[in-house]
Each structure stands twice: as C-alpha cells, then as structure tokens.
Ligand binder design. Structure first.
Ligand code: F6R
Length: 367
C-alpha cells in the first residue's frame, strides 16, 4: 500500500497535488470567482452578514494551518479571526456569542481538546463549521456545518497532506466569505481561484527534486538543533517545519517569527546552528533579507528557501531550496512541501521510524 515509497509519509507528501485537486473539486467555480461548500445548517447568507468574528480552535499542525487561514480570511473578507490552541481556549473564559463562528480544524475530528473547545463555543452560542479529514468523525457529527479536507486516509503520524488540504480550505473559506461580505468581487475571487487551481501542477514539479535534500541530510543530520525563521504567512510554516523535524528526526528545532530574531534567538547563532530561512519574494522580502545578513555575520549555516532565480540570496546561503514564483497567499502551500521533504530526508538518513515516531499517536483522544 506504500505504492513503492519507502514510507507512508513520503507517499503522502507525493500525493498532495492530487489531494488538493480533490479538495477543490466541485466547490470552486473559477468563472464565477466563487466557492460553494453546499448547505450548512443555520449558516445562511443572512447570518454571515451579522458575523462579527471567527475563532479557530486546533492543536499541533492543524493549529499552524489555522494561523495561515487567519491571514487569508482577514485579508480577503476583513472579518476578524482569532486562532487558539484548543487546550488553552477551553480553560479560560473566552468571549464568544451568537455572532461568532467557531472553526475547529482537525485531521482526525477526534482530538480531545479540539472537541471540548468546540463544544464550549457551541454552549456559548457560536455556530460551528468543522474542517476535518475523517468522514463521520465526532466533530463532523456535532458541528453545524462541515468542510471536508479530501486528503484521503493519512497513515503517517506526521501530518502532511492533511495540512496542505487544510491550507486549501483556508483559501476557499477566505474567498467564500470575501464574496459574501462584499469585500471580494468576481474578478478578485477569480484571480485567487485561478492561482489555486494551478497549485497541483506547480507542486508536482517541485516533488521531482530529491538529490538536494539527500545532500542536506548528509551534511546536517548530526546537529543538535535547528532554527526556522519565517515572517507573515510563512511564520506558521517555520513553526510547522520545526515541528515536522522534531517529530520524526528527534532533532530539537524551533520556529520563530523572523522579526523576533533580534529579541533573543540571535544569541544562539554560531557556526554550529543551521538556520532555515523562508524568504520567497513577497512584501517582507527585504526585511527577511536582513536576517540572512545577521546570521551570516555570526557564521550561522543558512538553508534558504527562496523564489526560483533569486541570485541575491546565494551569496549568503549554504544551500538554496527553490520554490516557483507564485502569489503571496500561495507561498505557504509550496514552502511547506520543502519543509516536509527536509524533515523527511533528515529523519530517513538518521534511520528513525518515520511513520511511527516514538511517543506519538496519530489521534490524540486523551487530554
Ligand atoms: C503533527 C501532528 C499533530 C496533529 C495534532 C492535531 O504532525 O500530526 O501535531 O496535528 O495532534 O491532530 P488533529 O488534526 O487530528 O486534530
């Protein structure tokens, strides 16, 4: 069932273009520049007009996907979005009312904390739309509406295709709300959906690369710690990259907002610390570029993720991993593939149990 791949995780990484196509299918109309999720009980256009706030609740990798959804939804629809760790949300006294939409985001639909956070929000009057991958899971049965990520069964404990399809749902939610709230017009919606439609093909091309990851694994698998830096919608991708690495390779890694480097982590930098910097061409490119200079000045080793053809970063980088030139809101979808492959090849080189890392369970149904 691994279809010739050494691990389920690698198979699932390679499946992503197809699963993204599945997630878009039947929901997106590029011509109309709009998205249709089908009927959701109690969540009609009239109610959406009165919507004041959206609260995502999630854990782990799904939490990082939700953080990216925040950037997108606020940008496309101007509805304020909060993203909360479910395990924190449920133990305070959150401000929720009938004009709140709560979105539990979960691969399994069974994560104990996320489920409890969703139930709490419902008790306080919120409407809920569950974004889940497992059909007929508990969250999907209890929520007012459901949007499935059509990632298919995810066997590898480290989440990959569930995450990328969650990002796709985040983009679709942004367009859907943006159109209903009158922030995006047909043309605006069409432009985003066209870019989204191109993702599977672009991503497929990236998946052919292998040699460079093996080269990195060979050179970097004996280090004790990695720092990942990203800014804007790539800050959560830096966090996700670090999470993937620690889960499957057991190497300590920390994901940080690039702008915060000088407020502490810069003290860690010396010739033994690899720093992964996410710096495709976007609105914060120049800002993140200064991080490259700062790391280099302290002899840190730089693994740089940049836009194809960006020669300026090469002067600083030990290794450059390229992504195609795409709009800013698509960049998380492509950079995360680089994060997944990086973690996978380092772990595989170390010989860990990639699909069943120690101490981890696929579905965390206990608190
Ligand atoms: C990381 C990972 C976990 C899950 C988390 C939430 O690779 O798989 O961090 O993302 O346990 O699980 P779900 O999405 O099922 O609620």
């Amino acid at each position: 069932e691994k279809q010739g791949y050494k691990h389920f995780m690698l198979k699932e990484i390679h499946e992503q273009p197809e699963r993204i196509t599945d997630t878009l299918r039947g929901r997106v109309s590029v011509d109309r520049g709009d998205v249709d999720f089908g009927p959701m009980e109690g969540i009609e256009d009239g109610w959406l007009d009165t919507l004041e706030r959206i609260v995502f609740v999630a854990c782990g990798t799904s939490y990082y996907a939700a953080q990216i959804a925040k950037y997108i939804i606020e940008d496309f629809s101007r509805v304020p979005v909060d993203v909360e760790l479910a395990s924190e949300f449920r133990y305070r006294n959150p401000i929720i009312n009938e004009r709140t939409l709560c979105v539990p985001m979960s691969q399994s639909g069974e994560t104990a904390d996320t489920l409890a956070a969703m139930r709490l929000a419902m008790e306080l009057g919120a409407k809920t739309i569950a974004v889940c991958n497992v059909v007929e899971s508990t969250m999907t049965r209890e929520a007012d509406g459901v949007i499935y990520t059509h990632a298919g069964p995810e066997i590898g404990v480290a989440s990959t295709k569930a995450f990328s399809t969650q990002l796709v749902v985040g983009l679709m939610l942004g367009v859907w709300l943006g159109r209903r709230r009158g922030v995006l017009d047909e043309e605006g919606g069409r432009e985003i959906l066209e870019a989204l439609r191109d993702v599977p093909q672009t991503m497929s091309k990236m998946l052919h690369e292998k040699a460079i990851y093996k080269h990195i694994a060979y050179n970097f698998s004996d280090v004790n710690s990695f720092l990942y830096l990203g800014r804007g919608n790539l800050y959560p991708i830096a966090a996700e990259g670090a999470l993937k690495l620690k889960e499957i390779s057991y190497i300590h890694a920390e994901g940080y907002a690039a702008g915060e480097m000088k407020h502490g982590p810069i003290a860690l930098i010396d010739e033994s610390l690899p720093v992964v910097v996410l710096i495709p061409k976007n609105r914060v490119y120049e800002k993140v570029f200064s991080n490259l200079e700062e790391v280099k000045a302290r002899q840190g080793r730089l693994i740089v993720v940049a836009t194809e053809g960006d020669d300026d970063v090469r002067e600083f980088a030990d290794v450059v991993l390229e992504i195609p030139d795409v709009p800013e809101y698509i960049q998380p979808l492509l950079t995360v593939v680089v994060m997944q492959l990086l973690a996978y090849h380092i772990a595989d080189f170390k010989g860990t149990d990639v699909d069943q890392p120690r101490n981890l369970a696929k579905s965390v149904t206990v608190e």
